[in-house]
Design a protein around this ligand. Structure first.
Ligand code: 4NP
Length: 169
């Protein structure tokens, strides 16, 4: 992975998950990651957020199918949709795009390519990366939401395993 700085309580590591609407995929990633961080007692070391590249759903909670799916797995989604903005490129240590379109939209805000190293594809951490996109479940049925949950769960576990090696206790 990108060179990860030491992670301390004084300077928690800031991660933002990004999709199109910020109501399905990225809130699920945020909820799972926060759940894993809490489960491992690492709350002081991480700050987890999510955002969308579009303005379609600003202020909305996570989609009800995303919430139902996460709840079935014991994960709560607390997000309110917001738009990803250029200032987030500076603010966060790592920025995760759910698909290639999200990646391009994020990179369009990075005019000079200064932040290339911190923008990554989410499925880089998936042991079964498929076509590298987390598929958009918005127009489909519950099975699509379940699939997204499974992909994000195993990707977040792998990501947190790797980041945890950089924690300076
Ligand atoms: P998300 O899903 O990007 O995973 O939050 C979508 C939500 C809304 C729309 C598209 C995708 N939309 O077109 O409104």
């Amino acid at each position: 992975m990108t060179n990860i700085r030491p992670i301390t309580k004084e300077e928690p590591y800031k991660i933002v998950f990004v999709c199109l609407g910020n109501i399905c995929r990225s809130p699920t990633a945020e909820g799972i990651m926060q759940h894993l961080v809490n489960e491992r007692g690492l709350q002081s070391y991480f700050y987890i957020d999510s955002a969308g590249t579009s303005a379609y759903h600003i202020g909305e909670p996570a989609n009800s199918k995303s919430q139902q799916t996460a709840n079935r797995h014991g994960v709560k989604l607390h997000s309110r949709a917001r738009r990803f903005e250029a200032a987030d490129l500076e603010e966060f240590d790592l920025i995760f795009a759910m698909d290639h379109e999200n990646y391009s939209n994020i990179k369009e805000l990075d005019k000079n390519g200064k932040y290339t190293d911190k923008v990554l594809m989410m499925r880089k951490f998936d042991p079964q990366p498929d076509d590298k996109n987390v598929p958009d479940p918005y127009y489909g049925g519950m099975d699509g939401f379940e699939h997204v949950y499974e992909v994000l769960r195993r990707s977040c576990e792998k990501l947190l395993d790797e980041l945890s090696e950089r924690i300076d206790h």
